[in-house]
Design a protein around this ligand. Structure first.
Ligand SMILES: Nc1nc2c(ncn2[C@@H]2O[C@H](COP(=O)(O)OP(=O)(O)O)[C@@H](O)[C@H]2O)c(=O)[nH]1
Ligand SMILES: [Mg+2]
Length: 172
């Protein structure tokens, strides 16, 4: 049995915890980040012959460390070096969400983007060309509607591939 370590990053309310819950079910541990009052959620699940440990990072708009949440997210990604990151983007607020996404990519950690809330974006008539976005960012993008568990299986497959292959952002 091989172990992979993943992290979920994203702006507040992008859908991180919904994805975390869909993946880990009841296999969750909730505590506090060491020395902080910010909640720490970690959990695990099985995929093929992997045991996958995943951390639900606190919501952050950037890694610039303007808030305790941003410090925790940044320090975790830099110091704990997860095998891959799922960056969750709210497709209905794409521009604001891309700021963090690019900062995570610049760390050079293998990344898959979950383009979440695509139901909300579509209802607002927003059309996002995820092929162009994926080529521009040079990272896989999986469309999800986390609340309905849509796209979650594809997301897991993609992030495990990224973690195992160690694909790195070209510009890091
Ligand atoms: N319409 C819609 N709502 C979603 C989706 N994913 C999550 N939500 C809802 O958005 C809210 C914020 O999600 P949450 O997972 O707590 O976001 P977090 O702050 O990133 O952990 C919750 O009410 C979720 O049920 C989605 O794809 N579509
Ligand atoms: Mg959350």
């Amino acid at each position: 049995m091989k172990t992979l370590r993943l992290a979920l990053a994203g702006n507040p309310n992008a859908g991180k915890s919904t994805i975390f819950n869909a993946l880990t079910g009841s296999h969750q541990h909730v505590g506090n980040w060491p020395g902080k009052t910010v909640e720490q959620k970690s959990g695990h699940f099985q995929y093929q012959d992997y045991t996958i440990e995943i951390v639900d990072l606190p919501g952050a708009y950037s890694l610039a460390a303007y808030s305790p949440e941003e410090v925790i997210a940044r320090d975790y990604l830099i110091n704990e070096c997860p095998d891959a990151v799922i960056t969750v983007l709210d497709a209905s607020n794409l521009e604001r969400n891309l700021y963090l996404a690019v900062q995570v990519l610049e760390l050079g950690i293998p990344t898959v983007i979950a383009l979440n809330m695509t139901d909300v974006a579509e209802a607002r008539g927003l059309k996002i060309d995820d092929v162009v976005l994926s080529q521009t960012l040079q990272t896989p993008i999986i469309r999800t509607v986390a609340r309905e568990k849509k796209g979650i299986d594809d997301l897991v497959q993609s992030v495990v591939t990224a973690a195992v292959n160690g694909a790195h952002y070209a510009f890091a």
